[in-house]
Design a protein around this ligand. Structure first.
Ligand code: FAD
Ligand code: SIN
Length: 532
């Protein structure tokens, strides 16, 4: 058994920020599934939203967030996050984060920060590091972790399940005691114990066939918390990013919304600007609207993509503002200064998650949920661009404040992980087949546009697969692929069940059988809870 004061699962912006903030008070185990930079955070492009200019205001950022959230945001949370954004940005800068600055020098000799604009934002307010903001976030935070002797980083360690008093069949409240962690290199499963366990495992884009997310995004945290008995909310609100590069060899490459923020225009393959008339903000409308318009155009014309055109901007500007997108597209034979970019929507962000406060506290004492894994009420039915990295920063900060000094916990006797009669897996084809089947089923039946019939069909398919996977899980020794498969199946089922609960179309959840908003659901969150 490994004992710590804090266990942090995940090394994206949420986990790293929390770990750094509590490290002065106790020993931290930072457990992460692959190498330590691998995370959704590392691929973030657009940036972090925060009000900083006289022509902008907290009221405007709040209003934009609420409008995107389609009535389901928690206003108290929205206000707190928006108002704390400037302070959290300054903190990142103090840690060493380098945001892009303006080219021009002001009369007092300063170069201010260059601010981007994205869909649904009524002002320029997005702090960014060119078009690779997340990479710079990870660089700065990981460098700070290296300076912190109290944080021990465990790479290639996969949290399998939370250890709770309920699972150990102890009387009294259900409390989190730590986690079982699989060492992907040795194959052993170790027991990590601490008074505080912070889930910072990110989202679940890999549940869908097409996604902007890296391979680590398999919804492990939300699945683990659910199995442990924590309530999970609003999983029907999966955000599809409108513009993922469409190319046979390009695996999940995002073309940032900032491209549209700088004037990029969406067109059909025959050159028609189809967002005119679809929304007053045209190509810069919120994501749900743009993704649905693209889906509609592709279905109408039979084309397998649409185009994003920024060729009307000067080439030096495009290359300097979007150096990574320019280089990546060029690698696929597309010169974005001269040719429109072929794009399609792809699963991008999980708005729902483990029910948690702004301070990360969940219903289970000892368990925090931070970042994309959590559902705090900030995003409601649709997240505003560049509010996610911000939410992670604010929540990690609050969580570190409320957990205080980790109090000693009497963990008692915790059984070691026991493989029982499990043998080595005999047919990995079962695992890979089920992976593909779930992801395709979710894409085809539980995607941008849903119907009751498709949702019910998806539910029965996923139920069958879950039974098969459960059998496989008990019979064979765990592997990373099998653990992830078990989690994507659980998360798929949660998305479907939440979608079936909501008898309306709101924000990201669009159901052709219930096209209107239902006033009775205006304030209602869907909630799932696994009974003991
Ligand atoms: P992540 O950064 O995803 O980190 C999760 C961590 O948990 C990873 O280290 C992972 O390996 C680890 N992990 C997962 N499961 C386990 C397990 N079982 N055991 C151990 N470790 C585990 N948002 C913005 O606000 N602005 C943007 O510009 C922006 N651009 C984006 C671009 C892309 C391509 C993508 C995919 C997302 C973007 N987002 C953006 C969303 C944003 O990046 C994420 O929501 C945010 O980074 C989530 O941070 P996190 O710390 O919660 O999770
Ligand atoms: C992007 O750069 O388009 C992603 C921004 C986000 O997801 O917030």
């Amino acid at each position: 058994m490994r004992h710590f004061d804090y266990i942090v699962i995940g090394s994206g912006i949420a986990g790293l920020t929390f770990a750094l903030k509590v490290a002065a008070r106790g020993r931290v185990a930072l457990v992460t599934k692959k190498n330590r930079a691998e995370s959704n955070t590392n691929y973030a492009q657009g940036g972090i939203a925060a009000v900083s200019q006289p022509n902008d205001s907290f009221a405007m950022h709040i209003e934009d967030t609420l409008r995107a959230g389609a009535g389901l945001c928690n206003e108290v949370v929205v206000r707190a996050v928006v108002e704390q954004a400037p302070e959290r940005i300054q903190e990142l800068i103090a840690l060493g984060m380098e945001f892009t600055r303006e080219d021009t020098v002001s009369p007092d000799g300063e170069r201010g920060y260059a601010l981007g604009r994205e869909g649904g934002h009524s002002a320029r307010r997005v702090f960014h590091a060119k078009d690779a903001t997340g990479r710079e976030v990870e660089r700065a935070l990981l460098a700070a972790v290296d300076r912190q002797p109290n944080i021990e980083v465990f790479e290639h360690r996969f949290a399998v399940d939370l250890i709770t008093t309920r699972k150990l069949r102890r009387a009294g409240e259900n409390r989190c005691l730590g986690a079982y962690v699989y060492d992907a290199q040795s194959g052993a499963v170790e027991t990590f114990v601490a008074p505080v366990t912070a889930l910072a495992t990110g989202g679940c884009g890999k549940v869908y066939l097409y996604t902007t997310n890296p391979d680590v995004a398999t919804g492990d945290g939300v699945a683990m918390a659910y199995r442990a008995g924590a309530p999970v909310s609003n999983m029907e609100f999966v955000q599809f990013h409108p513009t993922c590069l469409y190319h046979p060899q390009a695996k999940s490459y995002l073309v940032s919304e900032a491209v549209r923020g700088e004037g990029g225009v969406l067109k059909t393959v025959d050159g028609r600007e189809f967002m005119n008339g679809a929304h007053p903000m045209q190509s810069l409308a919120p994501r749900d609207i743009v993704a649905r318009a693209i889906d509609r155009e592709m279905k109408r014309s039979g084309a397998d993509h649409v185009l994003l055109d920024i060729t009307h901007k000067p080439a030096p500007f495009i290359i300097s503002r979007f150096p990574n997108i320019y280089e990546t597209c060029l690698g696929f034979g597309i010169d974005i200064t001269k040719q429109p970019i072929p794009v399609v929507p792809a699963a991008h962000y999980q708005c729902g998650g483990v029910v948690a406060g702004l301070d990360g506290r969940t219903e289970i004492p000892g368990l925090l949920a931070l970042g994309e894994v959590a559902c705090t009420g900030l995003h409601g039915a649709n997240r505003l661009a560049s509010n996610s990295l911000l939410e992670a920063l604010v929540c990690a900060h609050h969580a570190a404040e409320v957990v205080g000094d980790a109090t000693a916990m009497e963990a008692g006797e915790i059984p070691q992980w026991h493989s029982g009669d499990a043998t080595d897996p005999d047919e990995m084809v079962v695992v890979s087949h089920n992976w593909d089947e779930i992801r395709r089923c979710m894409w085809d039946y539980v995607g941008i546009v849903r119907t009751d019939k498709r949702l019910l069909r998806a539910r029965s398919r996923i139920e069958g697969l879950r039974e098969e996977i459960a059998q496989y899980y008990w019979d064979f020794k765990v592997t990373s692929d099998l653990l992830e498969l078990r989690n994507i199946a659980t998360v798929a089922e949660m998305i479907i069940n939440c979608a079936l609960q909501r008898p309306e179309s709101r924000g990201l959840h669009f159901n052709l059988d219930h096209l209107d908003l239902d006033p009775a659901w205006a304030q209602r969150q869907t909630v799932l809870r696994r009974e003991p």
